[in-house]
Design a protein around this ligand. Structure first.
Ligand SMILES: [Zn+2]
Ligand SMILES: [Zn+2]
Length: 325
């Protein structure tokens, strides 16, 4: 288990974002959440949905870094083993109207704040807060969210992502106007993170979020594999770049599984060339490489049992790329 603090620092090195405006970062938080919403509504493609979860969290870490906030402290402070409104685990807000009760008496907002601080202070000395720790805690505080996500409530959760994203933007705007406390951004980041992380591994495949974060960022940026990242600004609009990144990722999975090692190595080398080629040349080179990839795909079908789903993703990505070139 690696603490979330470690990843915030690692991501800061991969994506310093020093030349980016906070609006740029905020927009990417929203885009990643909208992608997540799309995969929830379609109720398909567990891997893509999980990638959107990681993207949304990464951009929220970037936003936290911009405002000199510690992401881990912000989320643990907001959810210190208890719902921040009713102070219970599991949350009882639906019965208490989002109020905390002790011995039959409603607590004042200051009493709620004091109890949350006490819980947080008790935790910070004893807990290494990794992503999987957070996901586990939130599942215990809000078991109903998980139930909603797996029993037809995906539309509701997609709407919550939109609502929480809006609240985050409001807190962000107030801070930019010089009237708010950056800690308010941290609180909204925590709320949005809680919804985002509850969407992790909905298929129940047992995917460990810490392991996935580690494998996504182990070589630096997950697309250009450099640290700091050298991907072009606004590259999210360049579907081709995104697809090439995907193809490289799926090829690496085939490589790990030992499927068609020689062909996969050659295809990976071509993909690296395409990825680092100047933009003008990219299209032509990509078109040639796509053809070369097809032979790998044919051979890789035999590896289906070992790398379940990868070949399908790969052929989808190649097919999309073909439409672009
Ligand atoms: Zn509650
Ligand atoms: Zn990059």
């Amino acid at each position: 288990m690696v603490a979330m603090k470690f990843w915030q620092e690692k991501l800061r090195k991969i994506y310093p974002n020093t030349d980016k405006s906070p609006d740029y970062i905020m927009a990417h938080v929203y885009t990643a959440c909208s992608e997540l919403g799309r995969y929830l509504l379609r109720n398909e493609n567990n891997d893509r949905r999980d990638e959107a979860v990681l993207k949304a969290i990464s951009w929220m870490m970037a936003l936290s870094t911009h405002f000199k906030l510690d992401f881990e402290s912000a989320v643990v402070r907001r959810f210190p083993l208890a719902c921040p409104y009713c102070l219970d685990r599991p949350c009882t807000c639906d019965r208490t109207g989002k109020r905390a009760k002790r011995h039959g008496r409603l607590l004042s907002s200051n009493e709620v704040k004091d109890e949350l601080s006490a819980k947080y202070n008790g935790l910070v000395f004893s807990t290494e807060a990794s992503f999987s720790w957070l996901a586990g805690q939130l599942a215990e505080i809000y078991p109903s969210n998980r139930a909603l996500l797996t029993k037809g409530g995906q539309g509701y959760i997609a709407a919550k992502l939109l609502e929480e994203g809006g609240e985050l933007h409001r807190a962000y705007s107030v801070v930019l106007l010089g009237r708010g406390d950056p800690a308010d951004i941290g609180r909204e980041v925590a709320d949005l993170t809680a919804w985002v992380i509850s969407c992790w591994d909905l298929d129940g495949a047992g995917k460990n979020i810490d392991a996935e974060v580690a494998s996504t960022y182990v070589d630096g940026c997950y697309r250009c594999h450099k640290s700091p990242c050298v991907c072009p600004t606004y590259s999210i609009t360049m579907g081709q770049e995104e697809l090439i990144g995907d193809i490289a990722k799926y090829l690496r999975a085939l490589k790990t599984a030992g499927v068609q090692p020689k062909a996969v190595d050659e295809a990976l080398a071509s993909v690296d060339e395409v990825a680092s080629a100047p933009t003008k040349k990219t299209k032509t080179t990509a078109a040639q490489k796509v053809k070369a990839l097809m032979s790998v795909l044919t051979g890789a079908e035999r590896g289906l049992e070992t790398v379940d789903g990868v070949v399908q993703h790969l052929s989808d990505a190649v097919e999309h790329l073909e439409h672009l070139v």
